[in-house]
Each structure stands twice: as structure tokens, then as C-alpha cells.
Design a protein around this ligand. Structure first.
Ligand SMILES: [Zn+2]
Length: 379
């Protein structure tokens, strides 16, 4: 297998794989296995197809075979030695045979197939050089847009999660990661310019970045001006969604960790749908006390970084979010702080590869209302 693909070639591979993915999505939408294939000659697509075994009641109507048939008709020949084949999934042994007999010199695929893969299984017909009189074995490139190819194959949805760094975001991430129908591809967070802190929560930007690294995900930042109007917030958010569209074209939904405030949910749904995205609320309707207890039991640790002193006493700021904290909360205060009573910063938990070492800094009251506890990266 070739692991060294020159930069320009790998860009071209990605471009063609994107088109292959469209074929795979169309096939999946028709109820077929989500596989797509393309044949390219001199950087031009000469054939494209999706899986069609159901539609044609034909177990050999694999995407690659379909595309090869079209290409042979196009070329008026069974010799495709000037072509590259792209497939979202490793060709199977059946397709491998056809690829070899057509003399295709290069095969590019996304993800490995199961037991009958023509490269990675015991029936590795694409890499068997002992077949006398056959055309040479093709050069193989694998892993191109692998996650996206797998998403289509497994009918999995790629989503971006709105991230504040607190317990609700963390619980939402844990919930989404446990769901085989979903793959979280990035986190989206609002940063207030000048302060360089996560909006509302007041957590330093570098700590949010450390969380994203620990979660193994890229962090997309929405930059806001201090005291920015609602219009400015929405404009910045739309901007971020446009960036997501460009950088993660398979993402169609943004997930939020909201629990029960219907007006907030409706607001978010409207906001994302205006940019043609859907919204996902993995924690919606869950019992908040139970969720808070689960959070602690699951081994997350979090610190209260902001308290709205009109709803909760200022001395709760800076405390650990633990069983003692929950016990001490006055009646009427939501155990998850869903009404904005308090906000947290999660420094460790099951979905972080490593804990984020922090130490408490000073307590600062802002707007005569919000008590913030500054957290500093420790070490
Ligand atoms: Zn096949």
C-alpha cells in the first residue's frame, strides 16, 4: 500500500472522494448499502455509480462494478488501464476481480470492508502478484475521508456540538458519543473578544482549547464583542455556521446541551434552520437532578465558575460541583443550573483523554450581578 501520496494528488483524491460520497448518499437514500464509486481518467470523471443490488435484484450490482460497466461503455473497451477507481469502501473480492481484469492501475478508497475485502481480507485479490498473465497489481491508497465514508455506510450522522465547557456540554458529548447513529466532528464555542474568555461562563480561552484537545476534537470559535447585541451574536453565529458548511460539508445538525427551556430550544432551532441546519438536543427532557447525580457518579469533576447572584448566593462560586454542592443548593434552584443560576467548568471526565489541571484564581463580581471564579491553567 502506498502511504506517501503527494500533496496535489491527495487534494485531488479528496475532491473525487467527495463526489463518490454523493453517490454513496444517494444509494443509501434509495435503501441500498451506502457505497459509491467513480472512475477518473486524466482528472475527469468518466463514470460514477452507487450500489444498486436491491434496485436491480442483482447481488453483483456493486457500485464499483456499476461504474466499471459505464466506463467500459464510455471507453468502448474493457481496458481501463488509464483510469483511477475511487470507492467509499474497500472493493470486495468480486469487485477486486473486475478491477484487476480491467487493468485499473490505481484504487483509492475510504474505509476497509468486512470479511470479503479485496485488500485487507484473506481474499486479497487486489494485492496478489502471483496471478500469472494478469495485469499488474494496482497501487492502493486508503483512508481518504474515511470517517465520512463510514458515516454513510453506517447511516451515522456527523454533528457539531455547541460547547460552553460546562457539565451540560460534557454530558451532551458523552451522550452523543454513546449513540452509534451520531459522530461528533467538532465543538463550537463563543469567545468574547478582548476578555478572551468563553462567553457567559467567563472561562479563559486556553482552558476551552485544552478541553477540546482532551476530547480529541477541533474547536470552532464564534468571536463576539463584549456586550454584543443579539443581532451581532446571530450574525457571528451565522458566520460560524457558514464556516462549518465549508469545512465539514457532511454536517447537517448542531447539537445543544439544553434540558428543558422550550423558548431557548425554539430560539436555537430557528437560528440554525435559518442557515439550513437542524438542531439536536440529546439531553432534552431528562430529569435534571438525576442528570446532575449521574454526572458526579460518572466521575466528572467540575468547578462552579459563575453564579447569578440574583438567583443563588455568591459564595457558591468557586465550589466543586459535587454531592455536597447539590445538597447545599436551596430549593427552587435547578440542580443543573438550567435557568442560568450557575455555570461550571469541567476539568476531567470519561470523554477527556487527560484531566485539565486548573487552580482557582480570584473572585470577581461583574455587572453587580454575576460572581465569577477565575480558573487558571495549572502547570
Ligand atoms: Zn464489491
Amino acid at each position: 500500500m502506498s502511504d506517501e501520496v503527494p500533496e496535489a494528488q491527495s487534494r485531488e483524491d479528496e475532491t473525487f472522494m467527495r463526489r463518490c460520497l454523493e453517490m454513496a448518499r444517494e444509494a443509501s437514500a434509495r435503501g441500498e448499502t451506502g457505497v459509491g464509486a467513480l472512475l477518473v481518467r486524466d482528472s475527469n470523471v468518466i463514470a460514477q455509480a452507487g450500489e444498486a443490488t436491491r434496485e436491480q435484484t442483482d447481488p453483483s450490482a456493486h457500485a464499483e462494478v456499476q461504474a466499471i460497466r459505464i466506463a467500459c461503455r464510455h471507453e468502448q473497451s474493457t481496458d481501463l488501464s488509464g483510469c483511477t477507481l475511487y470507492a467509499t469502501v474497500e472493493p470486495c473480492v468480486l469487485c477486486g476481480y473486475v478491477i484487476r481484469r480491467a487493468g485499473i492501475p490505481r484504487v483509492v478508497y475510504g474505509v476497509a470492508a468486512g470479511q470479503a475485502g479485496a485488500v485487507t481480507s484473506q481474499y486479497a485479490i487486489l494485492s496478489d502478484s502471483n496471478l500469472d498473465g494478469w495485469p499488474p497489481i494496482p497501487e492502493i491508497t486508503h483512508g481518504v475521508l474515511a470517517d465520512e465514508c463510514q458515516d454513510v455506510l453506517k447511516r451515522r450522522e456527523a454533528v457539531v456540538l455547541s460547547w460552553s465547557g460546562g457539565k451540560d456540554s460534557s454530558l451532551a458529548l458523552a451522550e452523543l458519543r454513546a449513540d452509534p447513529r451520531v459522530r461528533v466532528v467538532a465543538l463550537l464555542t463563543s469567545i468574547t473578544r478582548g476578555y478572551d474568555r468563553v462567553s457567559i461562563h467567563g472561562v479563559r480561552r486556553e482552558l476551552a482549547e485544552a478541553q477540546a484537545i482532551a476530547a480529541g476534537l477541533p474547536l470552532i470559535e464564534v468571536a463576539l464583542d463584549p456586550q454584543s447585541s443579539n443581532e451581532a451574536y446571530e450574525a457571528a453565529f451565522r458566520n460560524a455556521l457558514a464556516r462549518i458548511r465549508a469545512d465539514y460539508p457532511s454536517v447537517r445538525k448542531i447539537a445543544f446541551g439544553d434540558l428543558f427551556l422550550a423558548d431557548v430550544r425554539e430560539y436555537r432551532e430557528k437560528l440554525v434552520s435559518a442557515s439550513d441546519f437542524g438542531a439536536l438536543f440529546p439531553l432534552w427532557g431528562r430529569d435534571t437532578r438525576q442528570l446532575a447525580e449521574e454526572f458526579i457518579a460518572a466521575g466528572f469533576s467540575a468547578t462552579v465558575v459563575c453564579v447569578d447572584t440574583t438567583q443563588l448566593s455568591a459564595d457558591f462560586a468557586g465550589r466543586a460541583f459535587d454531592a455536597k454542592f447539590l445538597e447545599a443548593l436551596p430549593a427552587g434552584v435547578d440542580p443543573c443550573g438550567e435557568r442560568g443560576e450557575f455555570h461550571t467548568f469541567v476539568s476531567s471526565g470519561p470523554m477527556f483523554a487527560n484531566p485539565i489541571a486548573v487552580r482557582r484564581g480570584e473572585l470577581v463580581l461583574r455587572d453587580d450581578r454575576f460572581m465569577f471564579c477565575d480558573l487558571l491553567a495549572d502547570g
